[in-house]
Design a protein around this ligand. Structure first.
Ligand code: SR1
Ligand code: MG
Length: 421
């Protein structure tokens, strides 16, 4: 893996950032007050980057800088800085197709320093934290469903010009290092005794060893790894979990698309649904009151169904109204075979997409419980026995989704299986 650091690159810190910004901030963007008086706080708690909040007297911004290694692992796991380029570019495309109501505004990007500055989202909070607290959000499913529909439709051969779409494939193919992280951490390592795996031991040892012997499940995982690597359907966010979404009562913003590349649509949708399911299974670790635990779990299952339904109806609308995109061309459907044939084509499309979504959701659950990068929903449950109990139920559902995805014609049916776990 090449890891060349450009000559102009240096990681910044709270002391050096203000001076750097003085020369870089666009003139129209004034934070107010002297740079020495700005308050700079490093708040990055993700796996990869430095994230600073810079507060002037008039305005606050967020500055994100890539490090030449994986922050969560240390310098022994080298990673090139190009991810800042991809994150900036995905944010730009997402904003064009989904709008700034769902995607933060970016102020500038500096390639040499692998840094960009963006809108400070306040009072938004990371969705994962909110779900752990047990909070609910009225517009979340609608917002995420629409985000998925717009970003996936408009960057696919259904909704964009074929030449431009192939240019996107070529541009994002260079994000192979982050794809490789996903290929390893999601599709490979949970299925053998990989060094980086990290599960609740010894409580889950037996369950994890069973996974490594589960040929039926592993064969599907390998098939979906191949699909992930070869199906360049649309520009994916690439890491659409509840830690990549910030919310308020009425607003939803999708952040952190550094894993973006042209891949299978079901990966993004399945990732998000897998994380809602983990929130669901972690509830008994966070709630002592049975009734409120049940109510919250019902909310989470409803989120899954509604997100999918909103996605399908919005995507269908875009498809029915499409004016470009050479897949399922308008000459054949809108002006040819007609509405019935188009509806039939769409029905088949969504049936396949649902199956692939459920498998990807299951794979995301497995990797968060067995693999390197766990999720706070489970990891922060202090009582390891209780944690393992929650995780074991989630693993049971994950297996069902991976092995029997085809059986689920309606997304709501997975809720029944989840309840039976
Ligand atoms: C080494 S990065 C580990 C994980 O963190 C990111 O958020 C992605 O989910 C990745 O798989
Ligand atoms: Mg991230």
């Amino acid at each position: 893996m090449s890891n060349t650091v450009p000559a102009g690159y240096a990681p910044l810190n709270s002391d050096s950032l203000p001076q750097y910004l003085v020369n870089k901030l666009p003139t129209h963007l004034s934070l107010g007050g002297a740079p020495e008086q700005w308050t700079v706080t490093e708040v990055g708690d993700g796996n990869l980057n430095l994230v600073f909040i810079v507060e002037g007297t008039e305005k606050t911004i967020v500055v994100k800088q890539a490090l030449p290694y994986v922050r969560a692992a240390g310098e022994s796991w080298q990673l090139s800085l190009t991810r800042a380029f991809f994150e900036y570019n995905v944010l730009d495309i997402e904003a064009k197709v989904a709008g700034h109501s769902l995607v933060p505004q970016v102020y500038f990007y500096d390639q040499d320093m692998a840094i960009f500055a963006m809108e400070y989202l306040t009072p938004h909070i990371i969705l994962r934290k909110e779900l752990i607290t047990g909070n609910t959000f009225a517009s979340l499913a609608e917002d995420v469903g629409i985000f998925l529909a717009k970003t996936l439709f408009h960057t696919s051969d259904l909704g964009m010009n074929a030449e431009e779409k192939k240019a996107l494939v070529s541009k994002f193919a260079v994000n192979h290092e982050l794809c490789k992280i996903t290929e390893d951490l999601i599709f490979t390592e949970p299925y053998f005794d990989a060094e980086r795996n990290n599960w609740t031991t010894p409580d889950l040892d037996e369950d994890v060893h069973k996974v490594w012997q589960d040929e039926a499940m592993i064969q599907v995982a390998m098939r979906y790894k191949f699909k992930f690597m070869t199906e360049a359907q649309a520009l994916l966010h690439g890491d659409l979990h509840s830690g990549s979404i910030m919310v308020t009562e009425s607003e939803t913003k999708v952040i952190d698309p550094e894993f973006g590349f042209m891949g299978p649509m079901a990966f993004d949708i399945g990732n998000y649904i897998g994380n809602l399911l983990m929130a669901y299974f972690s509830r008994p670790g966070w709630e002592t009151d049975a009734a409120s635990c049940e109510a919250n779990q019902a909310y989470l299952l409803n989120q899954i169904t509604t997100t999918w339904q909103v996605f399908v109806s919005h995507f269908t609308r875009l498809w029915n109204e499409k004016t470009q995109g050479e897949a399922y061309p308008t000459e054949i459907y809108q002006n040819g075979l007609g509405e019935r044939a188009l509806a039939h084509a769409q029905q088949e499309f969504f049936a396949t997409l649902l199956e692939d979504t459920l498998v990807n959701a299951g794979l995301e659950i497995n990797r968060r419980i067995i693999g390197f990068a766990g999720v706070a929903d489970f990891k922060l449950i202090e009582d390891s026995q209780l944690r393992a109990q929650c995780e074991r139920r989630a693993l049971k559902l994950a297996r069902e989704l991976i092995v029997n995805a085809k059986e689920y014609r309606e997304i709501a049916a997975i809720g029944q299986f989840a309840q039976s776990c």
